[in-house]
Design a protein around this ligand. Structure first.
Ligand code: GRG
Length: 289
């Protein structure tokens, strides 16, 4: 696992460097400063999926697509932290953007990170073939729009005031939209860049996305708030149905492990070239933050 953490950190550095140069190219402003703050400090897992899935097809430079997904993921966190959404004071161990600046800045930072993500995908440096860039842009728009991440977030917010708490199928569908869609985009990005069949990577990502969310629910119960850099036990306090409340702690752990096995099995067609993606699947449920 230590080897994997080193690989992940190296990929995150590469992605962060690209993001920093894209943000430095913007006119100087408070929003640009806050954008730099908002993209820093994450694990960079989604960018890692992009870089590794691209490497499977012999594409060594996918840093624009990796930076794009991390910008869009950071936007979702900044908006999720707002008082109108999850209302959090701490993210990645630092004050959330609306706490360090203000709510208007946080809304604008999220908006601008989302458009920056699409700009990075539209850049010829992302891929020389415009058709590949359009495919990435279209698939990203579908993953994060009102049929994907935004839908999942709306379903999550609706669940908070629903009379009946959600069942397993409903939670699974909600999470597939809220966190799964962007993870799926990340893990299939290499196939999209290479104009190859994304099916095995999609199967990997579907299982992995769900395992990621189950791990998040387990960390919400067992995790250490200091290590995670954010508040924990919020879901329990809010009485929200989670994979842990529905399956029990041990049941949730077993389900997460089974999903990781399924995810790794889906990589068989890629042979030894997919070893980093296999390690990433293990990391998804072993992580402490
Ligand atoms: C605001 C439209 C909109 C959507 C927000 C993803 C999301 C939707 C909200 C995040 C809420 C949350 C904490 C979900 C749990 C899973 C998750 C996305 C955790 C954060 O991802 P990591 O662990 O974060 O990859 P880092 O900080 O490492 O980038």
């Amino acid at each position: 696992m230590d080897d994997f953490r080193t690989q992940l950190a190296a990929a995150a550095d590469q992605t962060q460097t690209r993001l920093a140069s894209a943000i430095a190219a913007l006119p100087a402003s408070g929003v640009a400063d806050a954008m730099g703050y908002a993209v820093a400090g994450g694990k960079g897992l989604r960018g890692f999926f992009v870089l590794q899935s691209a490497a499977l097809f012999g594409i060594q430079d996918a840093v624009n697509a990796a930076a794009a997904v991390e910008a869009i993921h950071s936007y979702s966190l900044v908006h999720d932290d707002l008082p109108a959404m999850d209302d959090d004071d701490l993210r990645r161990g630092q004050p959330t953007v609306h706490k360090k600046w203000d709510e208007a800045t946080a809304v604008l930072v999220g908006d601008a990170l989302q458009t920056l993500g699409f700009d990075l995908l539209a850049d010829p440096a992302c891929h020389p073939d415009p058709a590949r860039r359009v495919a990435l842009i279209g698939s990203m728009a579908r993953a994060v729009g009102a049929g994907g991440m935004v839908l999942g977030q709306a379903q999550d917010i609706a669940a908070e005031t629903a009379i009946h708490s959600l069942g397993l199928d409903e939670i699974t569908a909600l999470q597939a939209n809220k966190t799964g869609a962007l993870i799926e985009w990340s893990a299939t990005a290499g196939a999209i860049l290479a104009d190859a069949d994304p099916t095995p990577l999609r199967t990997y990502a579907t299982a992995l996305g769900l395992a990621f969310q189950i791990a998040d629910d387990i960390l919400d119960i067992e995790g250490d708030a200091a290590a995670m850099g954010k508040a924990t036990r919020k879901d329990t306090a809010a009485g929200k149905a989670t994979f842990v409340s529905l399956l029990g702690l041990e049941g949730a752990k077993t389900r997460a492990r089974d999903l990781v096995t399924q995810a790794k099995d889906a990589l068989t067609p890629y042979g030894g070239g997919a070893e980093s993606l296999r390690l990433a699947a293990d990391f998804t449920i072993a992580r402490q933050s």
